[in-house]
Design a protein around this ligand. Structure first.
Ligand code: ADP
Ligand code: MG
Length: 706
């Protein structure tokens, strides 16, 4: 029975989270106040307090059935990692007790040798350390059978202090944007202690029947189908988007929501997406590092709950060719510690200096560092999706809507800020309503859209972590804020307003080329973008180069987010991961061809030949169609086996290179091209083969399940 049948959401929301009310209950008032200072004011968690908090966490989690604790971290594999330790401790007399100390809480030691480090970690020094990110609350992970583990969200670094994870640079980038944001706000006369980066991550996914999933090696090993002819009906009738949610899926969603609510994740919106069997979930946004942790838990919980329902949840960016893939929209905004959204235009945007400067800082950041943004959402999986006339193209631009653009144009054309406002008022337009109406998510083709009071970065892949794109958005914005602050700091205080106006004009004029409000899928835009000098990498291998460009290394150094060594190692890890994923795909393809597709085709070929002989005994005029089919299937078999040999050869020749970048290029240019060929041939075969002979579930079976 579902909890919501007997309890209100408010009664169980966050019941597995060491949240504020739990802290209040399990800590003394002094300890509680001290911990709040640590969380809210970034104070250091001292030893004494850590012991008290650890004791409280232990008591609380044991009451809820926890037997183990783990530092929960995000290595560079892009997933999460955990190693469970039980609370058990044995004294000299052999008596056992439950123990969880302050140092257990603050710091953990993990063998880092099996996590990717990109050459940072010397083989003789395998130790890695995990340290609690106090701002992200601890939680309990409960399995279906009741076992429970206390999870402490942590950062992960090497013995020598280099980041080996995705959280550390994210936290550093949040500090950077906060530092620069506070600096600029001060110049503008706004008092803020902190500027907080907020993220709301919309998560798209596919749900299919587990029985179908289990019958497909490609889904199991690569997360996507490597074969599959299109059924007569795909998504062309647009009858899936926002359609009534079928009972089986609704049951899954209800259980998923409950699990997320228990973990304190405010799951809010759910609906069917464009492709058949595709859905979306969006939680309410929050501070970026917490949103990132929550998104990891959302993906994990989706898979777990799907399994309980006899379903499989696919998070790959393009599980099915020919229909839409899945993305993850990273909605991004900046607010003060008291909750004022700095990207909110307000009732009078033309006079809202704070808004205009922060708004333009993000836009300018995209323009200056679009190669980093492109890098931040690149993977082999997302290469299958971006630019496919369903997802944003590889070219990065910013949609701000006509109203915002008119406003900026007016300011530049010499109207003072005040008269620009007046003009809008004189036009009798209620400007407040306009950005809401016009700019909120109406241009779905834009990769980076201003949607009223936040920017929505839509290129992120569905399986990716939010940490890298958010880190890049923070850094690029921090850098532009810092340049603006530098300029205003130098200005004569009496002429500050004039300098602000000039800064706004200059920023807009200088970075205007990145703004595009039209159809991003069109070929005209491709040409126009090229004319504007906005050429972005068209694939992940090229996109990763952004990590080692001097200009980008400089900005990471300047804001203390990643060292040159760390950036180089990340590029290495991403390329390595690209190669490994491509190799697995090629090998899975060969496996399916060798073990399933070719044997089935040969069987049919034999069957046809036998039938032809038999029918010919009756009359040769009846065998025309069968003979044509036999010819066709034999041709396709021939094509397949020739391409299989080529694919094997290409894969081997790629792996023969010592240089990783060269390997990746051969995989991208030769291996993937041959795979596309093989798929095409096999899909032709599938189209003509009898259903009962085809060796695994087809798109029609998978996408339109009961
Ligand atoms: P859409 O039109 O794209 O569906 P929604 O308004 O439903 O947009 O929001 C989508 C996501 O954006 C949600 O996760 C929501 O919480 C988040 N979001 C809303 N406001 C902000 C904000 N100020 N900063 C960051 N994320 C936000
Ligand atoms: Mg959206």
């Amino acid at each position: 029975m579902r909890i919501t049948e007997t309890k209100k959401i408010t009664d169980f929301f966050g019941c597995y989270v060491f949240n504020d009310s739990v802290m209040k209950k399990y800590l003394t008032e002094d300890a509680y106040n001290e911990l709040r200072e640590v969380i809210d004011r970034d104070k250091v968690l001292e030893k004494d307090l850590a012991s008290k908090v650890a004791e409280a966490m232990k008591e609380w989690s044991v009451e809820l059935g926890a037997t183990h604790y783990t530092h929960w971290f995000q290595p560079l594999t892009g997933t999460t990692a955990e190693k469970h330790d039980s609370f058990i401790s044995v004294d000299k007399q052999g008596k056992i007790s439950l123990e969880f100390t302050g140092s257990n809480l603050r710091k953990g030691e993990a063998d880092a040798s099996s996590f990717p480090s990109g050459g940072i970690r010397a083989t003789f020094e395998a130790r890695g350390y995990t340290a609690w990110d106090c701002s992200s609350p601890a939680f309990i992970k409960k399995s279906k059978d009741g076992s429970a583990v206390l999870c402490i969200p942590t950062a992960f670094c090497s013995y020598t202090g280099e980041a080996l994870d995705k959280k550390t640079p994210l936290l550093k980038s949040m500090d950077a944007v906060s530092r620069q944001g506070v600096r600029l706000l001060k110049l503008l006369g706004v008092d803020a202690r902190k500027v907080v980066a907020n993220v709301g991550g919309e998560q798209e996914y596919f749900l299919i029947d587990k029985n179908d999933y289990d019958k497909r090696y490609d889904l199991e090993f690569t997360g996507r189908t490597l074969f599959g002819a299109m059924p007569p009906k795909g998504q062309e009738k647009n009858d899936q988007y926002y359609a009534t949610i079928r009972d089986r899926v609704a049951g899954f969603m209800a259980d998923l929501n409950e699990e997320l609510w228990k973990l304190g994740i405010p799951a809010k919106t759910q609906h069917n997406e464009v492709a058949p069997a595709q859905h979306e979930l969006a939680p309410i946004f929050c501070q970026a590092n917490i949103a990132t942790d929550q998104n990891q838990l959302i993906m994990e919980t989706m898979k777990k709950v799907a399994d309980n329902h006899g379903l499989a949840c696919l998070l790959h960016e393009k599980p099915f060719a020919g229909i839409n893939g899945s993305g993850k929209h990273a909605n991004y905004s900046l607010s003060t510690d008291s909750g004022v959204n700095l990207l909110k235009p307000g009732s009078n945007p033309a006079e809202n200096k704070v808004f205009l400067l922060f708004f333009l800082a993000v836009i300018a950041g995209v323009d200056e560092y679009y190669d980093l943004l492109r890098m931040s959402c690149s993977s082999l999986g997302n290469d299958c999706r971006l630019g496919g006339n369903e997802a944003p193209p590889s070219i990065i631009s910013v949609f701000i809507g006509e109203d915002m653009q008119n406003l900026l144009d007016d300011i530049v054309e010499g109207h003072t800020i005040a008269s620009a406002t007046k003009q809008y008022i004189n036009m009798g337009v209620n400007y407040v309503a306009r950005p809401k109406r016009d700019t909120s998510d109406r241009n779905r083709t834009s990769p980076f859209a201003f949607t009223g009071n936040k920017f929505e970065f839509r290129m992120v892949g569905s399986s990716a972590t939010l940490s890298t794109p958010t880190m890049v958005m923070n850094i690029m914005t921090a850098e532009m804020l810092s340049r603006i602050a530098d300029r205003l700091e130098k200005a004569d205080k009496k002429k500050l307003d004039k300098e602000i106006l000039q800064t706004i004009k200059d920023l807009y004029q200088r970075h205007k080329r990145i703004i595009f409000n039209g159809n991003n899928y069109s070929h005209e835009w491709e040409r126009e973008a090229h004319r504007r000098g906005l050429d972005a990498a068209t694939n992940a291998v090229d996109a990763y180069d952004a990590l080692t460009k001097e200009k980008n290394m400089e900005v990471f150094q300047k804001h203390g987010v990643l060292s040159i060594k760390e950036m180089e190692s990340r590029r290495y890890i991403y390329i390595d991961n690209y190669i490994k994923s491509a190799k697995i795909e090629a090998e899975t393809m060969l496996l399916m061809l060798n073990k399933q597709i070719l044997p089935a085709a040969l069987k049919w070929q034999y069957k046809l030949a036998k039938e032809i002989t038999k029918v010919k005994e009756i009359s040769p005029i009846y065998v025309y169609t069968s003979e044509k089919l036999l010819e066709r299937v034999s041709d396709l078999i021939g094509d397949l086996s020739a391409d299989m040999r080529r694919l094997k050869g290409a894969k081997e020749s790629a792996l023969a290179f010592r240089d990783m970048h060269k390997q990746a290029i051969v995989f991208r240019d030769r291996v993937l091209t041959l795979m596309a060929h093989l798929r095409d041939t096999s899909d032709k075969l599938e189209e003509i083969m009898p259903k009962d002979l085809w060796p695994f579930p087809t798109y029609a079976d998978i996408l339109f399940y009961e």
